[in-house]
Design a binder for this molecule. Sequence first.
Ligand code: GLC
Length: 610
Amino acid sequence: MKILYVTSEAVPFCKTGGLADVAGSLPPALAEQGAEVAVVLPLYERVRDRFGSQLNFECYDYVDLAWRHSYCGLFSMEKDGVTWYFLDNEQYFSRGTLYGQADDGERFAFFSRAVVRMMDHFKFWPEVVHCNDWQSALVPIYLKDDGVREDRYRSIKTVVTIHNIEYQGRYNPYVLGELFGLDAGWAKDGTILLDGDANLLKGAILCADAVNAVSPTYANELKMPYFAHRMEGVMRQCSNKLSGVLNGIDMKLYDPRTDGRILKNFSLEDMAGKDDCKAELQRMVGLREEPHTPIVAMVSRLVSHKGLDLICEVLHDMMELPMQLVVLGTGDQRYEEFFHWAAQQYPGRMSVRMDYNEDLSMAIYAGADLFLMPSKSEPCGLSQMIAMRYGTVPIVRETGGLKDTVQPCESWRDAGNGFSFANYSSGDMLHVIREAVYLYKDYPDVFSRLRQRAMSCDFSWARSAREYLRIYATITGQAWPIPTDTRRAAEMPAEEPAPVEESAPVEEPAPAEEPVPVEEPVPAEEPAPVEEPVSAEEPVPAEEPAPAEEPAPVEEPVPAEEPAPVEDKPARKPRKTAAKTAKKSEKSEKKTEKKTTAKKGTAGKKKSAE
Ligand code: GLC
């Protein structure tokens, strides 16, 4: 299987966010499982500066986009079984930053056009082109456009991965021809049009053969207005080709047994090193050196959707608990000011570093005891997985990938790998933080078993790579050979998304296509997004939601109105204990049997009417 992976950033070359981690790890994982993989990305100034001497110049060609006829150089590098291609055009990519330039639309239109143009010069003609986020969203659109004239483009199948739907690439539709070289028909028939804007991500979602979000729960959430940033209709329309594939992490890079970036190594069998890492962290950030006080940590961009309002609301209550708090990150001024001020109130107990600092973040993952992520929404989230790997137990809100990777602790039966709360409510968050802190203080044995379960979770990329290969096989109609060593795993049910090892809790993450759960917290508390300001070049900013206690507005998605689940997916398991679930379902099964059948019929009708 020949895969061309298109991305605007990839580790180790250039990074602004989680997309780079995924693009750096997934292609080698696909190659390891036998696929032929090439990755293509822009040759940014910083890539040229740091990796220029290792790149091979392949050739150059010209790219036509609207009236522009621009040079495009092709460089390559072989690494981890993958060919990495870099497209060169200094006018577009020799800039100080990757994004945030006034002409980002033109830059990434050039990039996407060049990807299609330069395919002739790649080492293979791809069977699948896999694009990511809005920056490469024009690729499936151009392939369709070109496919009208040339058969060979029609042979290529496309996958679009949504890492964060907030960023859609929205432009004034008048620039469609001038900037993107597309006929007005693309807007007229609505393919690329949303709320009066040319919306590149929407166009890509409609044109692609398969679409996936970076976790099963996020894939489901994207059908709800609260999470979808106006795209819920499009996502529902595409639900037959939508899936959720959980990201992995680089299990070799993030390995407490061998990681050279942390003070002392440690492992499941010998945790002594973690105590040293904790003492070192306390020294580094100016916390009191108290070995028996749990350190709660946050490593996060300080922006609203990370759930920081909850912390602002109850910080003083949190600090009444016998715990220490360390925060690392930069972001919105109001949060920076708040945390800066708060840290001064609790010298020796709370420490804040406004910084983006890899070394300190590793010291925190290794040295802290609890890792807090109360996100309002989180497509996948990598930090909670890294934290778990280093024995730092996560406390998360049940959304997106957080819900799919963290199962709440049930100490009575030694299950779960972290702590979680469902409602976006500071009271609920405080409650689980208190639970976690006292479990640490009062029941160290139970806590250490919980920590061990967190550490033994399997977040390897091999699992995700298998799921992507299954998607590629489905859209290309190929039978993908299953390597012997993965046969057992592959024989598991197709929807199996559980990220944890067998020892981990039995509850499975919500499947992508499940119906909206009754207890789903967010919709009831948040107003539907209002008209978003549309800037020609900028990603669409999230509207600030109303406070958590706000009564539910009428236009919120009410579970009963949600379309029925897609037929082939299992019904959702409530996030209660497995025992309770089993008993309840036994009782109710017979009762509801008739009802369900009737409901399904109605819901089916509703859906088709849509
Ligand atoms: C985006 C999402 C994050 C995800 C990452 C990689 O940055 O916000 O949750 O982990 O993409 O897919």
